[in-house]
Design a protein around this ligand. Structure first.
Ligand code: ADP
Length: 552
């Protein structure tokens, strides 16, 4: 009964009281309420003419006297005398009457009980569905089930570099044995870092779709439950299921909900969940064939433990699409819509739009054209709805002119520094960079330090030019710190081989001082490149060379 709800309890009480009442009625109906009296006393009352309403029923004579109903066995009386002294009616007893009453009452009771049971079931079903809905709302699906993704890379427009980086993972998922036989350690975790709406979820689905493996989706928030221990349990279940269906992809959206840096305000539940996640990832066999892809837009907030080797050690940055990529995305969404448009023009007026924002922009423009009674979508439809999409319910990241200038300066400083330090890259974008990972297996300390310098270059330039830092550097600062940490903790490249936080700080300081020197010398080059970036958004490396060659 513990699990019965209040309304069900009330119903139960009602049903039991109805039963009791029915039984009481049955007893009352069939019970003899008359007072027994012996033959002699009855005979006396009759002789004195003090009785009325005398009735013979079955073996008894019933009569009333002074308001009381009496009963006396006829056998105890001299009936001839009785008949002579008073009026007696003889009532044939109905032998079936009592049975009939019992039957009717029982039938009624059964009907009632049946209805009650049915009603109960309905209530229970309703409660169950309410619970399920609630669970769904809490993003706590009752069961962890994979989905089969039919998304492929064809559905993801632009972001060619991201696709290239993930090719290896796809191949691994298709042929895990191949890698295992060669003893190649595959990444266990890939962290997709980028602002909302740039297609991180879409990319993860596409990886699953391309590899033809099941896709387990979980949002980070759904792990952090109200009850301590629930989140950790869910993580365990998730990985258990994923291993059973391996090769498989586990996708954790908004991992920062779980993986926020510890310290400060303690949250036992989140910490327990995070620890479980770390344990699961450490416990993987390389051949388990499960790859965890997580998404975040706040890598700088993540607990360092998540970013250690063997965990999310592969980081893929997904940036807002550049002009060409926006054009590609627009083409995807305009493909099935009649339009007369210069898509490049639409692309150039949508700086800062994410893929998701572009998709809703196309939709709004189509609605606008329809409302105007037009058969095709035109540029004016886009200009008419652009602000609406920007100011719409969904918060869309976009840059003002001033923000664009800051960002262009930032990116240019990185590109010029990379060029100066000989770090490979194909091009630089207003919204993205394309620094390649070193092809070499063995890197020197100065090569690693150069990477740290590139990550610090934008921030250093902005501080030099505007006298203060800006928030756009957060990801790079985090990356710089991670490289510095690796240098200190794994490669013993800290000062005098020290392995502590101080050593990390001093590597960062060293890099900062070195990059400041470069920035001082290349201020003009950075300005020039920034202007070009503002105009064209993406500049190839070859062009950078011709742009700034005369300066060095
Ligand atoms: P994120 O996970 O980065 O927040 P999503 O993957 O949820 O972004 O993207 C939301 C939607 O935006 C996608 O379902 C898709 O419709 C659209 N979208 C985003 N990026 C792209 C892209 N590169 N190509 C095509 N559609 C995209």
């Amino acid at each position: 009964m513990r699990t019965l709800s209040k309304s069900m309890k009330n119903r139960l009480i009602l049903a039991v009281s109805a039963l009791v009442l029915a039984l009481a009625a049955l007893v009352a109906l069939t019970r003899d309420t008359s007072r027994p009296i012996d033959g002699e006393a009855a005979q006396r009352l009759i002789a004195e003419s003090l009785v009325h309403d005398a009735v013979v029923e079955g073996p008894y004579l019933y009569f009333k006297s002074a308001g009381t109903l009496y009963r006396v066995p006829t056998a105890a009386l001299d009936m001839k005398k009785v008949y002579a002294q008073t009026a007696v009616t003889i009532k044939e007893p109905n032998p079936y009457m009592a049975d009939l009453i019992t039957l009717v009452v029982l039938l009624a009771l059964m009907l009632y009980l049946l209805r009650w049971a049915r009603k109960n079931r309905e209530i229970r079903e309703q409660q169950l569905s309410e619970q399920l809905q609630l669970a769904h709302e809490l993003q706590k699906p009752a069961d962890i089930r994979p989905m089969l993704s039919d998304v492929t890379f064809k559905d993801v427009a632009g972001i060619e570099e991201v696709k290239e980086e993930l090719e290896e993972i796809i191949d691994f998922l298709r042929h895990p044995g191949k890698y295992h036989n060669f003893g190649i350690r595959m990444p266990r975790g890939v962290l997709l870092v980028g602002p909302p709406g740039v297609g991180k979820t879409l990319i993860a689905k596409a990886v699953a779709g391309e590899a033809g493996v099941p896709f387990f989706y979980q949002s980070g928030a759904s792990f952090v439950q109200i009850y301590v221990g629930m989140g950790a349990k869910r993580v365990r279940e998730l990985f258990q299921k994923a291993k059973q269906s391996a090769p498989a992809i586990v996708f954790i959206d908004e991992i920062d909900a779980v993986g926020k840096a510890r310290g400060g305000m303690r949250n036992d539940e989140r910490e327990a969940t995070l620890n479980q996640l770390l344990t699961e990832m450490d416990g993987f066999e390389d051949s388990s064939g499960v790859i965890v892809i997580a998404a975040t837009n706040k890598i700088e907030m993540l607990d360092d433990a998540l970013l250690r080797p063997g965990r999310f050690d592969r980081r893929v940055f997904v940036s807002l699409p550049n002009r060409q990529e926006r054009a590609a995305i627009l083409r995807v969404y305009l493909a099935n819509k009649p339009h007369h448009l210069d898509i490049d023009e639409v692309a150039s007026m949508t700086v800062g739009f994410s893929g998701a924002a572009l998709s809703s922009l196309v939709n709004e423009a189509a609605i606008h054209a329809l409302k105007k009674g037009k058969k095709i979508i035109q540029l004016e439809d886009f200009t008419a709805v652009k602000d609406k999409v920007l100011l719409g319910k969904r918060k869309i990241l976009t840059f003002s002119e001033e923000e664009k200038r800051v960002q262009a300066t930032y990116q240019s400083a990185k590109a010029v520094t990379a060029w100066w330090l000989g770090i490979e890259f194909s091009k630089i974008g207003l919204l993205s960079d394309h620094f390649q990972n070193a092809e070499k297996e063995i890197l020197s300390r100065s090569e690693l330090l150069a990477r740290v310098q590139v990550m610090l270059a934008g921030d250093t330039m902005l501080k030099e030019r505007y006298g203060e830092g800006f928030t756009n550097g957060a990801n790079d600062l985090k990356e710089a710190r991670l490289i510095a940490q690796e240098m200190v903790e794994h490669y013993g490249m800290g000062e005098e081989g020290r392995v502590d936080a101080m050593a990390v700080e001093s590597v960062l300081k060293e890099a900062r001082e070195a990059v400041a020197q470069i920035i001082v010398k290349s201020r003009e080059a950075v300005e020039r490149l920034a202007l070009a970036l503002l105009e064209r958004e993406v500049i190839e490396k070859e062009e950078i060379k011709t742009l700034v060659d005369d300066l060095f």
